[in-house]
Design a protein around this ligand. Structure first.
Ligand SMILES: O=P(O)(O)OP(=O)(O)OP(=O)(O)OC[C@H]1O[C@@H](n2cnc3c(O)ncnc32)[C@H](O)[C@@H]1O
Ligand SMILES: [Mg+2]
Length: 189
């Protein structure tokens, strides 16, 4: 039997709110608040491992997501370690890291992984958007949104609906939606 809903495992309520908005009317979404251990590795390896851990814990189908912020001048670091960089250095510190470089461009990368259960291989959906790192503007309530500028606006200044149409997360979920449209999961709604 195909699952009738997606179970998004995340400890981040801001991510959850965006995923709820983007998937609204597409597929029923439930969520469990778990902060899963994250390995070191490539973006793909981290998401695959996170998904397998979640499926083993929940003993059922799960959707997980990992977000990276990759500075091009830093050859894509901090990447998956952005959470710890942000927590330690703050918005100003992220800007200071790039002071010595002319290239302030950065890629926001969102990688969803879905699997049907502990015995199944996860499927990956990635979304990527290029912007630049700027001094903070707008509300500081979601991660690095205030220092990531895309098309003249930081994500924090941007209307939520607009962010959720064009963001790294929207691009990744666009791929997930296409996959759902061709799968039993989408038909089971
Ligand atoms: O439980 P999980 O889903 O892992 O939630 P998390 O908050 O630990 O998230 P990550 O491990 O993916 O770390 C990504 C970091 O980037 C931040 N972040 C994620 N998506 C973002 C977005 O769209 N805009 C700004 N910051 C974001 C988030 O707050 C973290 O500090
Ligand atoms: Mg995390």
């Amino acid at each position: 039997m195909p699952p009738k809903e997606l179970n998004f495992i995340t400890s981040n309520c801001n991510k959850l709110a965006e995923v709820q908005m983007i998937l609204s009317g597409i597929v029923p979404l439930k969520s469990q608040n778990l902060d899963l251990p994250e390995i070191q590795g490539t973006i793909k390896e981290i998401s695959l491992d996170k998904c397998k851990r979640a499926a083993a814990l929940i003993q059922g189908p799960v959707l997980v997501e990992d977000t990276c912020l990759c500075f091009n001048a830093f050859k894509e670091l901090p990447g998956p370690y952005i959470k710890w960089f942000l927590q330690t250095l703050g918005h100003e510190g992220l800007n200071n890291l790039l002071v010595a470089y002319e290239d302030k461009s950065a890629q926001a990368v969102c990688t969803f992984a879905y699997c049907e259960g502990p015995e199944h291989d996860p499927i990956i959906f990635e979304g990527r958007i290029t912007g630049k790192i700027v001094p903070a503007r707008g509300p500081a309530d979601f991660g690095w949104d205030a220092v990531f500028e895309f098309d003249g606006e930081t994500f924090a200044e941007m209307d939520k609906q607009k962010k959720n149409k064009l963001s790294h997360r929207a691009i990744a979920l666009g791929k997930l939606k296409k996959w759902l449209a061709g799968s039993d999961l989408a038909r089971s709604e």
